[in-house]
Design a protein around this ligand. Structure first.
Ligand code: TIU
Length: 221
């Protein structure tokens, strides 16, 4: 067993029954011209965590852990896009519209790729998800069950949207989840802080948080 000096108390896990889930480290959220920027956000904040997410991936790879990447992605014919999601707000470009990186938030388009620094390696699992949570309308639950996974480490973007939604889905399904504090980011620093506080409040009501270095120390990497 590995023990991380996490908040609000130590987080214990065994590598064979743990997966690292890296949420939506996609050009659409992290580079100018993608979905995140069309929503009116400053994407520079998110780009800053790419080296830490890469270090986290390398740490978990060296430990031999199951690695899962997710992408927020819709089918080219938009058949999995609820009208409510398409019409919400007043973005410059809507999902499916052409942009400098291909069609916004559409599977297979350049903007939908995971950024080069966090690219999946052969053998790692990649899940396309139409929602904010990675369990909704995907095979994630079945994949974790088939591998006997009980513990989940989380990283990626954005903290209070797709990361926190997925952690809450995982929590209700019985997983013990640890969020890596410096490997997740929000367009809104105050939302990141609030999400961290919410997750670990009330005795880890949603899960735990710790830094990438604290995890690496627990894994002796
Ligand atoms: N991946 C993810 O978090 N999707 C979003 O739409 N996030 C926002 O913060 N908008």
């Amino acid at each position: 067993m590995a023990k991380v000096h996490a908040k609000p108390f130590d987080y214990e896990f065994a590598v064979p029954t743990t997966a690292l889930i890296v949420i939506d480290m996609q050009r659409d959220f992290i580079e100018p011209g993608g979905f995140g920027e069309t929503l009116g956000n400053n994407v520079k904040l998110l780009a800053a965590i790419v080296p830490t997410v890469k270090r986290l991936l390398d740490t978990c790879r060296k430990a031999g852990m199951t690695i899962i990447h997710t992408r927020e992605a819709h089918r080219p014919d938009l058949s999995d896009l609820p009208p409510a999601k398409l019409k919400r707000g007043n973005p410059k470009l809507r999902i499916g519209d052409p942009s400098a990186m291909g069609r916004i938030l559409i599977a297979g388009e350049p903007g939908n790729d995971i950024v080069a620094g966090c690219a999946p390696l052969p053998g790692e699992i990649v899940i396309d998800k139409p929602g904010k949570g990675a369990f909704y309308a995907t095979a994630l639950g079945d994949i974790l069950r088939l591998r006997g996974i009980t513990h989940l480490l989380f990283a990626g973007v954005t903290t209070e949207v797709c990361v926190q939604t997925t952690m809450r889905e995982a929590n209700d399904r019985g997983y013990d989840s640890l969020l890596i504090e410096d490997a997740t980011e929000s367009y809104f620093p105050e939302f990141k802080r609030a999400a961290m506080d919410m997750i670990r409040a009330q005795g880890a009501i949603v899960g735990w948080t710790a830094t990438c270095d604290q995890l690496a120390a627990a894994l002796h990497k």
